[in-house]
Design a protein around this ligand. Sequence first.
Ligand code: FES
Length: 548
Amino acid sequence: MLATIRLTSGLVLFAYVGTHLINHSWGLASMEALNIGRDIFVTVWRSWPGTILLYGALLTHFILILWSLYKRRSFRMRIWEAVQILLGLAIPFLLAEHVLGTRGLNATLGVIDDYIYEILVLWVYAPEKGILQTVLLVTAWLHGCVGLHFWLRLKPWYRACSPYLFAFAIVLPVTAIFGFVAAGREIKVLAENAVWLEEMTLHINWPDESAVVWVGRWKVVVWQICGGMLALVAAARIVRWAIERRHGIVRLTYPGGRVTQITAGITVLEASREAGIPHASVCGGRGRCSTCRIRLGEGREHVAPANADELKVLKRVGVPEHVRLACQLRPTKDLEVIPLLPPNATPKDAHSKPAHLQGAEREVAILFADIRKFTQFSENKLPYDVVFVLNRYFRAMGEAVNATGGELDKFIGDGVMALFGTNTTPEEGCRRALEAARLMSIALDDLNHSLRADLDEPLRIGIGIHLGTVIVGEMGFSNAVSFTAIGDAVNTASRLEQATKEYICQLIVSEDICQRAGVDLSNFPAHEIAIRGRNQAVKIRCIEKASD
Ligand code: FES
């Protein structure tokens, strides 16, 4: 909830700053365009709804930044986070004088704070204030851009659009500065004309010395309020720290037996950072990306349930039980935690994945295919020819698997492993695996035909298919992560594929496959085959040619 409010208030402020910059950039056209733009700007932002929206968002956003500073247990953070927080905190201090000198004087003394007034003040009479205002606008813009970037980078479409958005983020403030400079030069020339200046002073209802003092006094008040709030946060942190020290220490155990001690109430992500344990956190601990997720081990019964915001994110990515966000979980008792993503997780990892990719038990049909006598073939060929033939073969086999809705598990040497039924019923998986074998056989015939000039003899393959319960999921490390399956059934399927050499046939399927697929293969020879590690022999059917 708080994250949503912070985001919404940030978006309102970003819209305000963005429209302000657009207005500035109209100065490149003319002074008149600049003031027309200002009229529109003022109509929106100085209306009652605009005023409530703008100042409500400003106050809310500032308070929520202070709240996040209070909640944060550790100031170890990434550089972009630190930059964003510092820019955000600087804004009220930079903004106070500008708001009081324009809208404040307009409301209290009826000063016409149009662009002629602003440029006379910021460019002609006090250029140092003009520089400060430019710094303010760019600061606010950058703060918003950084926040927006780390929110949008979790969206699937953002990657494609980011170059354009990045260009816009640079071009807008630059054109705004140029627009301001162009208007400044124009007004400076006009201001040398005493008659024009006199006219403008009357038109603007130029504020006198007492108004300047008024602005200065209220600026100090605003600074004191903001500074006081920051001091309050610091004091609250010290009090909390003292209380928590009295309440004791919590031990967090990480994989590999690494243990870190933390004060109760600190988040697991902060604990990881404090202890120097690399931990993924694409959104910087804001509870949006889910990349910090951890599985809870021993001690999980003492953990408080997730709040609504955390539950929403966990539901979005479809995590199994006992998985929580490290950036939201604050253990109060000893706890074992297992980070689920590598520290270099990317925004892609924040998107929801089917449950079976995250680790699940499934009854699936496993297919292995391998080229017969390929070692012999490769010894007599140039490396280029071997790679060429292999790639053609992999493509043909891969297309057969894809066409039947299977999951290509891996290519190992000259072998192929594929899974069927990860997203369907086991029965459907069996039927699809058999169909894939048939298509592979046909594809191999086509391949042999098209490569007949390159091959001394046609390629031959052996295919083994078996049904069994395995653990499926994405496994591996770093860039070598892939979807795969592990379990006895995988070894059995591989053994059936090897047995095609003994039984001199192209395809061997276990009886389980035939029964569950509902196909009658009783015309084909039946055998029983012993599998190492299994007590019972596996009943099989041997099919000379899978396309039959
Ligand atoms: S770091 Fe993004 S949800 Fe925890």
